[in-house]
Design a protein around this ligand. Structure first.
Ligand SMILES: Cc1ncc(COP(=O)(O)O)c(C=O)c1O
Length: 1004
């Protein structure tokens, strides 16, 4: 029998004295109504079925009252007594059945399952709230809390009866967990018990309305509360909140950390968290499988089953010990339970290097830094060249003949290039970078000997995986713990001669260092590592770990130098970012800004990637300076080689300056045939304006609104982007600004606005003339970068040039951002508009990161400028810069990068337009080649700068660098190195799509 909303309203009034509007809420057992009352959130009215056991209702009401009393800071539903003071009311329905009824306060917020994204902070607050609730429930009990209940993890072995519901693969997984849980029973049964909420599933958790930094307000629905092991409660919260994550273990850790911060978990409880999470999921998939048989047509059952299986399969692939150690670390315990005992013992040992390498009579080491920021390591290509790397090692060894070259413990490295080092994690691409062992760089065939008695546990040749080649792992036993030592990169004979189980005595030879042909293709060395657990590995063990797991790994794999105690063999360390930041704040100018709320320390570049100190690779979609790719090998080489020979000014004859000039002139129209080399875009524009003044005798400059041309006095004076914003004082007397020629949101909109904007130039010319002055120059970028990637409307530039020239002025094209092939269709930006400027200024891309810029102009302009005063530039046109610049231009040609900018840029632009159809927040997609932008706006074309900021920040979280610009900072700019590939574009698009779907991006 149904109860109508009218009836619910009458009941609320008659029994509780509350007048409000009722709406039906979904509920499994109860009839639930929300009763909205003016000005307040209202109530939830719960009407039970006629056969409901009043004992359970009493249990729930008393539990809520206990929480209200004990959990003062918790936002939990309050019990509203009826007019007679009863927590449970009764009424007779139309059929004469007696029904129980309860009224609770409404808890407002969003349901967890509808929150996107669910980030670490949110999951941490979920843990905190669950912990607080468990705390508030301490001391509460009720006879009905002790019940047989399918959803109680402690009772979950009932699922064994239903194993046959699953096909083979799934059956195996379910069986695995059931088995593990059964084995754990003796210790699991001894864990602390209490009445717990037992159902923090994704529809029972209420999240605040804050879309950027949401927190969990509370859990609702106490219908599943039960007296059980406390650990089950957090296990349930984890089981649901880790769904839909690539790495569920990583997703679980903030929840555990949060829970432990409000309700301290015990070490024995953490031992069982992995299996408790699994068993909750086993209950869930078993229930789904049973329901599917009962209701074969119910599609919803299939949908809800999928994420549970998704996470269960991933959970199965995670080593239970590793999960246990990670949970311990999250709670502030030593990740490996034996670490402290091991360290006590190891600290008492003192071994000599000669015990490991008796044939090498050396006592000390020279630390060899192979970290991501190592200048000794240099360019990746030098490391990849085995012969060259060997040569460098040999040279270093000669420099330190009495020492063994060694190091590498906890060093973040980027030298590993096999795909087995990469994965897609919860935050995009991740790579294993942290080296867990010590390396000893010694010649092939060097024998190594056992430091302790041990038993061979692994002896294999894994050269196929290119990790270790010949690999031996020995197991060592002490009174209270076991540990393992690992020896990688050995000869194949070292492993084939061994048998698992074989005993090796202290001092006995273990094997020999291998040549590259058998050691995984490395320069000969020993990788020596300690492990306190094998984590289920039987034929290998990782020697390199993910940086975000470093705290756990360093506990599992302690520092091998604990045995040798060598002073200069310390674990890798680097200056903390906070220290860098503090120094910067004290001693560097305040007007220097840093990108991102949490700044990144970049230490290496590689093609279209920038790499931070932990080895994390960021896809760089921002940097049009690293034009042909960060640290392009040939460009680096050109600079290094010339630097070693000579660097001086342009007063001497040198081939490099001519070579660069030739390369540049090849790309320019014949009219622009004289060059001056300078060091920055600002310097180029500064020189251009000097030329204008020399040529025209005038100082009035016409420039674009929101244009930027550099940081020098003159450049700031013609940059509306600077003088019209923070700290600026408006246009100086001789600068004349025309409206940003933005056909999307500018003064004139739509097609055919080119002529209208050109007329604005005409108006300015007339104004200058009216003041009795002439025109110096008109300066503009072919795509206005700081203005928000504004493409000049068709017809604008030719008409503007016509007006300016008629008035005696010069036309300058600022190609600092767009030049050198980036436009795709053309090599220079002005060529898109069929005009030829009098002067062009070239900057950023020309030196690929090295300070190099240029001014190209007509012979007439150059000759007038050369009025007898020498133009001297200390650094401009020096041989090193010119060698670099010439190589950049050759690379653009050789690698057909202009063509690449055209094809990849075209593809990306089209795909962005498709994305804009799906996400109307993208109002406009524009640009040419690999100089693109898209603008975020609301339905009334208002700019959404905060959303742009959020998007750039979230993209950074996923390893993609983007920047925002435009007068309202609502334009995302895309101007990557022009080696950017279609795969890079697809990665960018994938994450854009993901972030654009997040709640904050959709709330405008
Ligand atoms: C269009 C344009 N012109 C000139 C400059 C100044 O170049 P630099 O920073 O090398 O002095 C910039 C720099 O961002 C620019 O974007």
């Amino acid at each position: 029998m149904k109860i109508t909303t009218e009836k619910a309203e009458i009941l609320a009034f008659d029994l509780f004295g509350i007048k409000g509007n009722a709406t039906i809420l979904p509920g499994e057992l109860d009839f639930n109504f929300r009763i909205k009352v003016e000005d307040i959130e209202g109530y939830i009215l719960k009407i039970s079925r006629p056969d409901e056991d009043i004992g359970y209702l009493d249990f729930q009401q008393r539990l809520l009252q206990h929480v209200a009393k004990n959990g003062k800071e918790l936002i939990s539903p309050l019990v509203i007594p009826d007019k007679n003071g009863n927590a449970i009311s009764e009424f007779k329905d139309d059929l004469g059945n007696v029904r129980m009824m309860r009224l609770l306060t409404w808890v407002s917020g969003r349901i967890w399952s509808g929150v996107n994204p669910q980030l670490d902070g949110l999951r941490h607050s979920l843990g905190e709230q669950c912990g607080k609730l468990t705390g508030a429930l301490q001391g509460f009990d009720h006879p009905k809390a002790h019940r047989d209940f399918d959803w109680d993890v402690a009772q979950s072995l009932w699922t064994r009866e239903h194993l046959d519901l699953f096909e083979e693969g799934k059956k195996k997984i379910v069986f695995f967990f059931q088995n593990l849980f059964e084995v754990a029973q003796p210790s699991y049964k001894k864990l602390r018990k209490a009445v717990v909420h037992n159902d923090a599933n994704d529809n029972n958790v209420i999240v605040s309305f804050d879309l950027v930094n949401p927190v969990v307000n509370t859990s609702i629905d106490y219908g599943d509360s039960v007296h059980t092991q406390i650990i089950n409660d957090i296990a349930i919260a984890c089981a649901y909140a880790i769904m839909h994550h690539k790495d569920p273990l990583e997703a679980a850790l903030p929840i555990v950390r949060g829970y432990h911060s409000t309700f301290a978990l015990q070490e024995t409880e953490l031992e069982h968290l992995y299996i408790a999470i699994a068993m909750r999921l086993v209950i869930s998939v078993t229930k789904s499988a049973m329901n599917k048989i009962a209701e074969p047509d119910n599609e919803y059952l299939l949908i809800s089953e999928k994420p549970a299986w998704g996470v269960l399969e991933k959970w199965h692939a995670i080593d239970s010990d590793f999960a246990h150690y990670s949970f311990r670390e999250a709670c502030g315990f030593k990740a490996h339970p034996m670490e402290e005992k091991y360290l006590d013992w190891a600290n008492g040992e003192k071994l000599e290097l000669s015990e490991l390498f008796p044939s090498v009579a050396k006592k000390d080491i020279h630390n060899l830094d192979l970290s991501v920021s190592s200048t000794w390591l240099g360019h990746q290509k030098d490391f990849d060249d085995l012969e060259f790397f060997q040569f460098k090692i040999d040279k270093l060894q000669k420099q330190y003949p009495k020492k063994i070259l060694s190091g590498g413990y906890l060093e973040p490295r980027t030298v590993y290039d096999s795909p087995s080092y990469d994965k897609i994690g919860n935050h995009g691409r991740e790579s294993r970078t942290v080296h867990l062992g010590l390396d000893f760089w010694l010649p092939a065939k060097t024998p190594l000997h056992a430091l302790f008695d041990g038993e061979v546990t692994i002896a294999i040749d894994d050269a196929g995986d290119k990790e270790y080649g010949g690999l031996v792992v020995l197991k060592h036993r002490s009174d209270s713990f076991d540990f393992y030592t690992l020896y990688g990169h050995l000869t194949v004979a070292s492993v084939t001669e061994k048998e698992v189980g074989q005993i090796i005595k202290k001092g006995q030879c273990i094997g020999y260092l291998g040549n590259p042909s058998e050691n995984g293709n490395w320069v000969p060395h020993l990788h020596f590592q300690i492990m306190l657990s094998l984590l289920g590995h039987k034929t290998d063990f990782p020697g390199v770990a993910y940086y975000n797991q470093i705290a756990v790994w360093k506990s599992i794999c302690p520092d091998p130098n604990q045995f040798f105690k060598l002073e200069n063999l310390r674990p890798y360390g680097t200056i903390a970012n906070e220290e860098l930041l503090n120094y910067r704040k004290q001693h560097l100018g305040k007007s220097l800004s840093l990108q991102y709320k949490v700044p990144i320390k970049m230490v290496r570049g590689d093609g279209q990637y920038l790499i931070d100190q932990s080895g994390r690779k960021y896809l760089d979609t921002v940097n049009n300076v690293a034009h042909v790719g960060h640290e392009h090998p040939r460009v680096v080489q050109a600079g290094q080689e010339q630097m070693a020979l000579l660097n001086t000014n342009s007063r001497y004859l040198h081939e490099n300056i001519n070579a660069l000039a030739k390369e540049l002139l090849e790309t320019l129209p014949p009219e622009l045939n004289v060059l001056h080399f300078v060091n920055s875009g600002s310097e180029a524009n500064e020189l251009a304006i000097r030329m204008v003044k020399a040529f025209t005798g005038e100082k009035d400059i016409i420039a674009s609104e929101v244009g930027y041309h550099g940081n020098s006095n003159m450049c700031v004076d013609i940059s509306s982007y600077k003088f019209d914003s923070k700290g600026g004082k408006g246009a100086p007397e001789h600068t004349h600004i025309f409206p940003l020629p933005d056909a999307f949101r500018g003064r004139y909109r739509g097609d055919d606005t080119g002529i209208k904007y050109a007329e604005e130039i005409k108006i300015l010319i007339d104004t200058i003339h009216k003041k009795g002055r002439g025109i110096g120059a008109f300066i503009i970028e072919p795509i206005i970068s700081c203005g928000g990637q504004i493409e000049l409307p068709k017809g604008f530039l030719p008409r503007a040039y016509e007006y300016v020239r008629k008035a005696g002025g010069l036309c300058i094209s600022d190609e600092v951002q767009v030049g050198c092939g980036r436009m795709g269709k053309t090599f220079w930006g002005f060529q898109l508009h069929n005009v030829i400027p009098d002067i062009i200024t070239i900057g950023k891309p020309l030196g690929n990161g090295h300070p190099l810029a240029a001014v190209a102009c007509t012979r007439e302009v150059a000759d007038k400028f050369a009025n007898g005063m020498e133009y001297f530039n200390t650094f401009g046109g020096n041989p090193v810069s010119c060698a670099i610049g010439a190589e950049v231009l050759r690379t653009v040609k050789k690698e057909k990068l202009q063509e690449n900018a055209l094809t990849v840029g075209r593809y990306l632009k089209e795909e962005l337009k498709t994305l804009a159809q799906k996400f109307p927040i993208i109002g406009d997609v524009r640009g040419q080649g690999l100089f693109l932008g898209f603008e975020l706006i609301d339905t009334k074309l208002n700019p959404l700068g905060e959303r742009a900021d959020y998007l750039a920040d979230r993209m950074k979280d996923h390893g993609i660098l983007m920047s925002t610009d435009g007068p309202d900072y609502n334009v995302l700019k895309i101007k990557p190195p022009i080696i950017f590939t279609k795969e890079n574009a697809n990665e960018l698009l994938f994450y854009l799509k993901k972030i654009l779907a997040e709640d904050f991006m959709k709330s405008y």
